[in-house]
Design a protein around this ligand. Structure first.
Ligand code: FMN
Length: 201
């Protein structure tokens, strides 16, 4: 029976949505899962943990239509230092925008990595509205698809899934603007301040 290494590629891994998605995956998965946060310093350790696993599940957020740089660096490390045994690579990606399709380029990047480096590509789940969905009444939409993904990866099946919140764009923009304006207010930051580049500093 296989074993799945779940790797959280979010730069804010300990407090991330990806961590919550990974938790749901583990809960629904019928085979043993082991979980790790990706850091700058644990590439070699993760590579050796891969030797012991049939599958690698990359759980990460979409960053600027692509992979977070920490995850890109880990893939570069694997190019130069391949594991003894290459696991099947699956993806659970989430993005902030409502449209799950925003994730497609990042998924293609992982597929390309697999093709160029001799890894089998497994299954994929693309989530839209990933910053919010778990704290809305639509949590079940994500949880149901994560369960489906977990069972497919465990059974060695290859499937492509997607989910997002069943709301209109207008409603999503209204609700998310309200949320972020309220969030900024908690820290004494106005909507106007958030709309300037100074928010970065
Ligand atoms: C630097 C940065 C870049 C982002 N780029 C995108 C993007 O291109 N498209 C998108 O839909 N969401 C984008 N997001 C939103 C994240 O994908 C979203 O908030 C996600 O839920 C974060 O997941 P995490 O908590 O697991 O890190 C970005 C967030 C950050 C901080």
């Amino acid at each position: 029976m296989g074993k799945i290494l779940i790797l959280n590629g979010s730069p804010r891994a300990p407090h991330s949505n990806s961590k919550r998605y990974a938790g749901l995956f583990t809960k629904h998965c019928p085979v043993e899962c082991t979980y790790a946060n990706l850091t700058k310093r644990n590439h070699a350790e993760l590579r050796s943990r891969m030797d012991d696993c049939s599958d690698l599940l990359l759980v990460f957020p979409l960053y600027a239509d692509a992979l977070p740089v920490g995850l890109l660096n880990f893939l570069k490390f694997l190019e130069a230092n391949p594991p003894v045994r290459k696991p099947v690579v699956s993806v659970l990606i989430n993005c902030g925008f409502l449209e799950y399709r925003q994730n497609e380029t990042a998924v293609r990047m992982v597929r390309l990595f697999c093709r160029q480096n001799g890894y089998e590509f497994g299954s994929v789940l693309m989530l839209g509205g990933g910053e919010a969905i778990l704290d809305t009444p639509f949590r079940f939409v994500a949880a149901r698809k994560i369960g489906k993904l977990a069972r497919a990866v465990a059974a060695g099946r290859r499937i492509e899934l997607h989910a997002t919140m069943p709301v209109t764009k207008r409603m999503f923009i209204w609700a998310s603007t309200r949320y972020w304006v309220g969030y900024g207010a908690k820290f004494g930051v106005t909507k106007e301040q958030m709309q300037t580049p100074e928010i970065e500093s």
